[in-house]
Design a protein around this ligand. Sequence first.
Ligand code: SF4
Length: 356
Amino acid sequence: MQPVPNGGDLSEKGPVREALLYEQLPSERVRCNLCQRRCLIEPNQLGYCSVRINRGGRLYTLSYGLISTYRPAPMEIKPLFHFHPGEWAFSLGSWGCNFRCIGCQNWEIAHIKLKGEGEKRGFLSPERAISMAKEQNCQGISFTYNEPTIWFEYTLDTARLAKEAELHTSFVTNGFITSEALDLIGPWLDAYRVDVKSFSSSFYRKIAKVEDFHGILEVAERAKLKWGMHLEVVTNLIPGLNDSPDELRELAGWIREKLGSPTPWHITRFFPYLKLSHLPPTPIKTLEKARGIGMEEGLDFVYLGNLAGHPFENTYCPSCGELLIERRSSHILSYRIEGGSCPHCGRRIPIVEGSQ
Ligand code: SF4
């Protein structure tokens, strides 16, 4: 745990608010049960994510409503390809992270230290976020850019308001949320776009500083089976680290068996960054081979990402191979699903369509 930067305004109006989902322990220690790290936090110390603090035996979030990024963005950029295609979500990010990925592309917002009540990082109330989404003609709200679990109190309040305002809601997540936190937000969350970075504990330990990834799988299954969320999986394929055919086969088999063969799997191209700068971008042949493994394992929709213009960005009918949705990056070029089915062979295509 880390030392406290300074004191704090414990009013319920600013960014410092009492946290949800923690236990009080003897000697003013607390246990945070929001993510699977389940940090044991001593008085005046921060949790691993640097945005939750123990003050006097009570746990507070320092980041309520502190928004690092907000903008309308297409669902396809998340990527969520089978959830309200062509629609836009008002996309929000805050600060901090519960992972320490050594190739993180969002390091600047994911790894900072907040200073409590003195923060001037742009407070945006949940009410204002909803009205901005409406003003900007978005059909949904998405919590993304940094891990939404660690600013959970804000995402929960905003997701509730979003549903009242008839906006759809989505998490773009590393999946390390606890099952009890998921159950709190479950009624208000429509889509869960989860990274399964690998099927190997040693990879998670080395790349993300996470001891055990199996809880990520269990919570993803819960999102789907208990809460009926729409779910899509992303794996960023890093040369030599998580691209072995056996591991990919295992991952694809888990998706098919636990989440169902219609679950979209996005295999994305890695680009060198930070401590993984010495590696090359993922070769296109490796990505195509990985997609082939997913299809062989019985998945219906396996996509390649970070590869604008590649034919495997498109959606094809799993029965007859008809081109159904043509994409380039986050843009839909043509949409040929009719009445929820393939216009050529009539197979039902499980896509959550909006009213657009
Ligand atoms: S959200 Fe996770 S990393 Fe942050 S304090 Fe809680 S258990 Fe620790």
